[in-house]
Design a protein around this ligand. Sequence first.
Ligand code: GLU
Length: 449
Amino acid sequence: MDQIVKHIIEKDPEQRAFHQAVQEVMATVEPVLDRNLEYRKQAILERITEPERVIIFRVPWMDDEGQVHVNRGFRVEMNSALGPYKGGLRFHPSVNLGIMKFLAFEQVFKNSLTTLAMGGGKGGSDFDPKGKSDTEVMHFCQSFMTELYRHIGPDTDVPAGDIGVGAREIGFLFGMYKRLKNEFTGVLTGKSLNWGGSLIRPEATGYGAVYFAAEMLATRSATLEGKTCLVSGSGNVAQFTVEKILELGGKVITMSDSSGYILDEQGLDADKLAFVKHLKNVRRGRILEYARQYRDAVYTPVDPGLKHNPLWDHKADCAMPCATENEINSQDAANLIKNGVQLVCEGANMPSTPEAIDIFLDHKLLYAPGKAANAGGVAVSGLEMAQNSMRLSWPRQEVDNRLKQIMKSIHKTCLDAAEDYGVRGNYVAGANIAGFVKVVNAMLDQGLV
Ligand code: GLU
């Protein structure tokens, strides 16, 4: 196993986030390989860590001043053993092949856990939508789709949103796909409601993560009622995480963006959350404005060079990182424990470093990795695909009930797999093992392809 990891690192030394994601899975699936000798014989680890296909393309676009820009577009089609490639598109300046491969790799296991028929993929661009006009974003999306359209399709590869890609971008991307292909199909998920989107899709990642947190607490006969929670991020996932925590009687005292965070000791309420949604989704402003609006709240700018993030250094019971990868390092993890946090449930993808995860596991925290806890988003994307295929749409309650059931089942699957392999309560091992076994068995059934 070490040899395989070493080889992966040597092959692409700069893809650090991908190495991190691979190492986390490898560290937990060794006993599975020992139990299934066929897996090694069939070089399953070598195969599962190599994308089926990677598409990299030029995205030229013109800004409002007539200036031409060039960005790089990606689609990593990682694994199609369980269904069409499925996974979001991220538009963020940090995007590179290593980030795309890490996200696509995580997506394979996450999608497998949802029990729906979806393979794993991820895409995006180093384009930064921050500060761009609607027209600039549209021009970029149209250019991006002008290449991507030939690689995707409702039964081939179905992208969705991720950081920097929301309903606005999905609309522009869909419009261009439809024009190029002359077909109206469910080729993207996260669409607006009135033209094929699913109810609950915007809420799904955040709600699902909180349903998962509630399931974890239930194993210790506890609930979210009265619990103080630290939430990071202020985008789609964070907003609906906060909404569901409030609905279940919890208290949320922090939110953040890439410049800093707000601490509101009084706790957010429905009005304050509505302010954040309008600020972020409509005005596309910065979270510091929260502290101007609500004078009791304190805004602290966060320097990315800092050794720890002060957001994670407040007294609380639960932490839900909903911003981005590696936002909790070992120092942050130590601070969370010092401050009494009992549960860490990840709304973001890989927000905790390997050292932070070790600290959580050593302290027997209720710790859920993103690939299990944030699977609700892609799960409802799967439900959106199902509704599109049938050309009908389910009511809100039906989708929400299905989401709840799926999160419950993922939670149980993780616990059962962990138990089966003698690591009771370890959701990291449970998620990796359960996700892995299903994909690998499908790969073996389909032969050496
Ligand atoms: N970007 C989300 C994720 O990380 C959703 C993907 C999708 O809906 O396809 O799972």
